[in-house]
Design a binder for this molecule. Structure first.
Ligand code: ADP
Ligand code: MG
Length: 615
């Protein structure tokens, strides 16, 4: 039924790629197409209701909105009808022919790289819902009349790279989507069978607020999950609603459902996912994405103002009673109710994490692996006001395998340990071998391992815990030594004053200082940093991004008890090239031991070969 207005247009390349993926790779859950189409129909009703508030001239009665399923077993068609907002010609083109968000492009790349079969949960995270129809249909026809417009349109495609768009007459407001179903195959479900459709609506869309009718029956119970009393909702219903919200295929790790009364009234249903969505770290400006409803009307599906960005992995719904329906972004930002809700929700989520940590360590470790580094952003941003995030952090440590909290580390501290010690580095293996760590372990002190890039920033903010200072083992540390150790250090400094002086002369600008130190265990020397100077790990990151070498704020610490130091002292007295070579070797091995590169590897290896020859 092509009319004169008919126009055949190509899909954006990415759309066709996505369609091919859906058709060929993702048939393990074809039935989710219905959930996606019903969710779009419900969104369309939400949008109409919202628009009707601000445009009374539309003159629509929004109390009777609904969704209808029409199945024809003979013709093998399934039609999903809504009387929501509809789409104009331009909207049909841009909504159904292009991929709007850059996120979807990334998703495409991700799917290609990781193999879509293994990551079906990725589909849907970026609003590719409509295209799911092509998993079950070989032709899809969308007829739509936009609220407030006279002319309707028909969009159709066979997923062959193109779609057709034309004028259509006699449509009612809203959208009719007709799927020409593929053959179900041997064990496939028949999506025209009433019992199949009933089952799918019940399973995936029961809480949709608008009636979903088939014939004279309403298939869904309609009451939104969050508005029902907790005792009425089963685990499965909670999980299904989570999957609907998040497009996740897995059950949530935790569900938080409560009603707040008093000066600010609202209901919140929050979920902590079990697995991180792949875009968690990919956004330019990460923000929280809860849905905000006011008196059953969806205001926004991505409300930034309800949780801090470092809880952006939380999914869910907040329905507030005390906001005006036509709230704008500006109002959301400045509204005192919103601020009160945010504060309370933040507390609730942190408290819930704290109780998982307390009651079920294994489950918490699972959470930490997925979202720990996001939580740490809160500390970095200076938003961990009462230390609640610090309580929730897990660390590896010199104690051995397994993770520890700060509180547990403090509890284990032996009498007299002046600080909580930390070390930053690339991984456990490197840190286990670090001379810095050895010096503390030898005293029976535990060192916490900070191995994530964000830790460098976090540790600048996290300077104390339960009144104990946090201190990096890289920093030159005076407090560590007993009086007798201090005496031994100054005795060595006096005895080998010439060595220190010659070394300082030799290294010049390369080092800030050479000194004897009491904190070395077995190593002859190591590199500390002046208090406040960059730690080596971060220093290196800085050098990589800004060019230039290591910063000069390093201190070469010598072990007064090491025989090599005494030998070097003799060479210093003699002077000559032997001394310079040995000094460079000592410095080079100190760099290697902490996982830093040596500045002139060719010279360093030549020095080693020479040494081996002499030996
Ligand atoms: P999402 O729903 O995540 O935005 P979809 O692929 O499901 O992604 O839908 C794409 C867009 O098409 C929607 O955002 C909406 O603008 C439009 N759309 C889809 N179905 C309908 C409908 N029944 N009524 C009005 N608009 C619709
Ligand atoms: Mg959708």
């Amino acid at each position: 039924m092509t009319t004169e207005s008919a126009q055949s247009l190509p899909f954006e390349t990415e759309v066709q790629e996505l369609l091919d993926l859906m058709i060929h790779s993702l048939y393990s859950h074809p039935e989710i197409f219905l959930r996606e189409l019903i969710s779009n129909a419900s969104d369309a009703c939400d949008k109409l209701r919202f628009e009707a508030l601000t445009k009374p001239e539309l003159g629509v009665d929004t109390t009777q909105l609904g969704i209808r399923l029409e199945a024809d077993t003979e013709a093998r068609t399934l039609t999903i009808v809504d009387d929501g907002i509809g789409m104009s010609r331009d909207e049909l083109i841009s909504n159904l022919g292009t991929i709007a968000g850059s996120g979807t492009r990334r998703l495409m790349r991700e799917l290609k790289e990781s193999g879509a079969d293994e990551r079906p949960e990725l589909i849907g995270q970026f609003g590719v819902g409509f295209y799911a129809s092509f998993m079950v249909a070989d032709e899809v026809v969308v007829e739509s009349l936009r609220a407030g417009e006279e002319q309707g349109h028909r969009w159709s495609s066979k997923a062959d790279g193109r779609y057709t768009i034309e004028d259509a007459e006699g449509l009612e407001r809203g959208t009719r989507i007709t799927l020409h179903l593929k053959d179900a195959g041997e064990d496939g479900q028949d999506f025209t069978a009433e019992h199949v459709l009933r089952g799918l609506v019940k399973r995936y869309s029961d809480f949709v607020e608008y009636p979903i009718r088939m014939g004279d029956d309403t298939l869904n119970s309609r009451k939104p999950v969050w508005a029902r009393p907790k005792s009425d909702v089963t685990e499965e219903e909670y999980a299904d609603f989570y999957k609907h919200l998040s497009h996740d295929f897995h059950d949530p790790l935790e569900t938080i459902h409560f009603k707040a009364e008093g000066s600010t009234e609202y209901t919140a249903l929050l979920y902590i996912p079990a697995q991180r969505p792949f875009d968690l770290f990919r956004e330019q400006q990460p923000h929280s994405k809860l849905s905000l409803y006011v008196k059953r009307v969806l205001i926004t599906g991505e409300c930034k103002e309800l949780l801090p960005s470092w809880l952006r992995f939380v999914r869910g719904v907040v329905e507030a009673a005390d906001l005006p329906l036509n709230v704008s972004r500006e109002i959301l930002q400045s509204n005192p109710h919103m601020r009160a809700i945010k504060k309370r929700l933040t507390k609730k989520v942190l408290a819930s994490l704290a109780s998982i940590l307390k009651d079920d360590r294994e489950r918490y470790a699972g959470f930490w692996k997925e979202f720990g580094s996001v939580l740490k952003e809160g500390i970095c941003l200076g938003e961990d006001e009462d230390g609640a995030i610090a309580e929730l952090c897990l660390f590896e440590s010199s104690r051995g395998e397994g993770l520890t909290t700060l509180a547990e580390a403090v509890e284990r501290m032996p009498e007299g340990q002046p600080a909580i010690y930390t070390v930053t580095g690339p991984d456990r293996e490197t840190l286990d071998a670090s001379p810095h760590v050895a010096a503390y372990k030898q005293r029976g002190y535990e060192v916490l391992y900070l191995t994530e890039p964000i830790d460098e920033w976090m540790i600048d903010r996290l300077t104390s815990f339960q009144d104990k200072p946090l201190r990096s083992v890289h920093a030159v540390d005076e407090d560590l030594l007993s009086d007798s150790e201090k005496e031994a250090v100054s005795a060595a400094a006096e005895e080998h004053a010439q060595l220190v002086e010659k070394l300082q002369e030799h290294f010049g600008d390369r080092l800030a200082e050479v000194r004897f130190s009491g904190r070395l265990a077995d190593a002859p020397a190591m590199l500390g940093t002046k208090d406040g100077a960059l730690r080596p790990h971060m220093d290196r990151a800085f050098a990589e991004t800004h060019g230039g070498g290591m910063s000069a704020e390093r201190v070469l610490e010598l072990n007064p008890n090491h025989p090599l130091v005494a030998r070097l002292s003799e060479l210093a007295a003699k002077g000559g090239s032997d001394f310079a070579d040995r000094a460079d070797l000592l410095y080079g091995q100190a760099l290697l031991a902490e996982g830093s590169p040596v500045p002139d590897p060719a010279r360093f290896s030549k020095l080693i070969v020479d040494l081996l020859e002499k030996a």
